[in-house]
Design a protein around this ligand. Structure first.
Ligand code: COA
Length: 480
C-alpha cells in the first residue's frame, strides 16, 4: 500500500516536473535566443554536433497514450511512433484491438490488418472499466503528453475519462480524437471508411457518369483522417510549448474526406458560371446538372487526361497508362503518335479546339499505346516530358526495388507470423530517420510499462493480475 502511494506520488512528480519544465522553457525563450546569438554569432540556434540522422528522432520524449483501434487512430499513432514518440497502446485484456483477428491469413497470428498499422508501439492490456484498470489509466494520463482515441462517440466519457477529468489529472494533456462527424445532426453516429467516403463528397464524384457512385481503394476516410489528426497533435504540442496547457484535437472523417475533395467543391461553385469545360462530358455535348458530376478518369486539373490501354491489356487487367495531353508538349505528343499534321491543323492545334474532340484524340493516342507496354510508353513519353503514369498493380509495387531502397516498402519479421511486407513511413525526415519495428503482441509490454514506467511493485503487479484489471484469465481463476 505504502509502495502504491509512493508510485502514485512518483507519477505525480513526473507530471509536475514536466509542466514546470514547459513553463520554464517558455519563460527562458528570449534569453535562449540571445544565448545562441552569442554562441553562434549569427543569431541562429546552434546546430547539433551529431551527424544527420544520429541526433535522435523528431518526437523523441513525447509520450502517447494510444487508445485507438481499427484503422484511423492507429494510422495516426503509428506515424507519431515512426517519428520517435513512445506510443503505449492500451488494449482490452484477452481481446485486444479487434483487427488482430480480422482478415487473418496465418492461423493464430496477428493479422496483417493489425501488424501493418501498429508498428513501433508498445502494447499493454488494461480493462478500462475495472476500478484498478482505471487507476492504471489515470497514472498513464499523468505520465503522457497526448491521449489519442477513436472510440464511438461518448465511449471515452462512459469509461469516466471526460475531457474535464483528464484535464484535471494533467492540464498539459492533449486529447486527440477521430470521430465520424463533427458536431451536428450525425455526431453520435459510428462511422467506417466507406461511410466517410460517401458523406465527404468522394463517392458522388468518383466513377463514371452513367454508373453509380464509387468508393475508392485509397483509405481516405480512415488513414486520411489519421494523417489529419497527426498534424493536429503535432500543432497542439507546438502550441503547448508557448501556453503550457493541453487542448482537444478533433479530426472528423467527413471533414478529412471533404478536405481531400477540395477541388470538387471548387467545381461545384464554378458550375454556377457555366459548364466545366475540362470534364469530357462538355466535349461530348452532355449538359451539366446542378451538382458536380462523376468524371470517370478525367484529370482533376486543367490538362485533359485519360486511362488508355497498353500492349497486353486483353489478359493483364493492369496493362493501362494514364496519359495527359499537357498543352506545352502537344507537338511532342503529335510526333510520338504519328500525327504531325495535328500540330498545325486549326482543328487540333489549340487546347480550346481540342476540347470537343478529346474522345477522338484519346482514341488515336490509344491506337499507339496499345502497340507498346505501359513501361515502354513511360520511357518514350518521359524522354519528351509528356506526363504519363503506368497503372501499377500491387504485385508490381511489392516487387519495386526503388520503393524497397527508400524504405517505403519494408520487409518486417514477426515472431508468430514470420516475414511480411509493409508500407514504411511515407514522410522522410533527413535528421529523423524512421526504422520500422514489428507490431507488439497483445499485452507484450504490460509488465514493463507497469513496473518501469508507472512504478508498480511485484506485489502490486500480482494484485493487479488477480483483479482482472490486466488479465481476464486470472479474473476467472479468482472468481472460481
Ligand atoms: N477495456 C474495457 N472496455 C473497452 C476497452 C478496454 N480496454 N477498449 C474499448 N472498450 C469498450 C468501449 O468502452 C466501448 O464500450 P461502451 O460501448 O460500453 O461504451 C466498447 O469497447 C466498444 O467501443 P466502440 O468504439 O463503440 O467499438 P465498436 O466496435 O462498436 O465501433 C467504430 C467501432 C470504429 C465504428 C467506432 O469506434 C467509431 O465510430 N469510431 C469513431 C470513428 C472511427 O474512427 N471510425 C473508423 C475506424 S477505422
Amino acid at each position: 500500500m505504502a509502495k502504491a502511494k509512493k508510485a502514485k506520488a512518483g507519477a505525480k512528480r513526473v507530471a509536475k516536473k514536466s509542466s514546470r519544465k514547459v513553463v520554464k522553457l517558455a519563460a527562458r525563450k528570449p534569453a535562449k535566443a540571445n544565448g545562441s546569438k552569442k554562441a553562434n554569432g549569427n543569431g541562429l540556434p546552434r546546430p547539433s554536433a551529431k551527424p544527420y540522422g544520429q541526433a535522435g528522432k523528431a518526437l523523441e520524449g513525447v509520450k502517447i497514450l494510444d487508445f485507438t483501434h481499427v484503422q484511423s487512430g492507429p494510422t495516426c499513432t503509428q506515424l507519431l511512433a515512426w517519428f520517435g514518440a513512445d506510443v503505449i497502446k492500451i488494449e482490452r485484456p484477452g481481446v485486444g484491438d479487434i483487427t488482430r483477428g480480422q482478415l487473418r491469413d496465418v492461423p493464430n497470428a496477428d493479422s496483417l490488418y493489425f501488424t501493418m498499422l501498429n508498428h513501433n508501439k508498445r502494447s499493454i492490456t488494461v480493462d478500462s472499466k475495472n476500478p484498478k484498470g482505471k487507476e492504471i489509466i489515470e497514472r498513464l494520463i499523468k505520465y503522457c503528453d497526448v491521449l489519442v482515441e477513436n472510440f464511438a462517440p461518448g465511449a471515452l466519457d462512459r469509461m469516466g475519462f471526460t475531457w474535464e477529468h483528464i484535464h484535471k489529472l494533467n492540464p498539459r494533456m492533449i486529447v486527440a480524437s477521430v470521430k465520424g462527424f463533427g458536431p451536428g445532426p450525425y455526431e453520435d453516429c459510428k462511422v467506417y471508411e466507406n461511410v466517410a467516403q460517401c458523406t465527404g463528397g468522394a463517392a458522388s464524384t468518383t466513377g463514371f457518369r452513367e454508373g453509380p457512385p464509387l468508393v475508392t481503394g485509397a483509405q481516405i476516410g480512415d488513414s486520411g483522417t489519421g494523417l489529419h489528426l497527426a498534424l493536429g497533435i503535432v500543432s497542439a504540442l507546438y502550441q503547448r510549448n508557448r501556453t503550457g496547457r493541453g487542448q482537444k484535437v478533433l479530426a472528423a472523417m467527413q471533414d478529412g474526406v471533404l478536405n481531400l475533395c477540395r477541388v470538387k467543391l471548387r467545381d461545384q461553385q464554378r458550375l454556377r458560371h457555366g459548364p466545366l469545360t475540362e470534364y469530357s462530358q462538355y466535349g461530348e455535348g452532355v449538359p451539366f446538372g446542378d451538382a458536380v458530376p462523376r468524371a470517370g478518369n478525367d484529370s482533376g486539373g486543367g490538362q485533359p487526361g485519360w486511362i488508355l490501354k497498353c500492349k497486353g491489356w486483353e489478359t493483364d487487367p493492369d496493362a493501362y497508362i494514364y496519359f495527359i495531353t499537357q498543352a506545352p508538349v502537344w507537338e511532342a505528343i503529335c510526333d510520338v503518335i504519328g500525327e504531325p499534321g495535328w500540330k498545325t491543323d486549326p482543328e487540333f492545334a489549340t487546347p480550346k479546339a481540342r476540347l470537343p474532340k478529346l474522345k477522338q484524340i484519346f482514341a488515336r493516342i490509344e491506337e499507339w499505346t496499345t502497340t507498346k507496354t505501359k513501361f515502354e510508353v513511360m520511357e518514350i513519353c518521359n524522354a519528351r516530358d509528356i506526363p504519363v503514369g503506368p497503372i501499377l498493380s500491387m504485385r508490381e509495387i511489392a516487387e519495386d526495388e526503388s520503393l524497397r531502397k527508400t524504405g517505403t516498402v519494408v520487409e518486417v519479421d514477426h515472431p508468430t507470423r514470420g516475414k511480411y511486407l509493409t508500407v514504411g513511413n511515407p514522410i522522410k525526415l533527413s535528421d529523423s530517420v524512421s526504422e520500422v519495428k514489428r507490431s507488439p503482441l497483445l499485452g507484450e509490454h504490460t509488465e514493463e510499462v507497469l513496473t518501469k514506467v508507472l512504478g508498480y511493485s511485484a506485489k502490486e503487479l500480482a494484485e493487479l493480475k488477480s483483479s482482472g484489471a490486466i488479465t481476464p484469465e486470472e479474473k476467472k481463476k479468482a472468481a472460481a
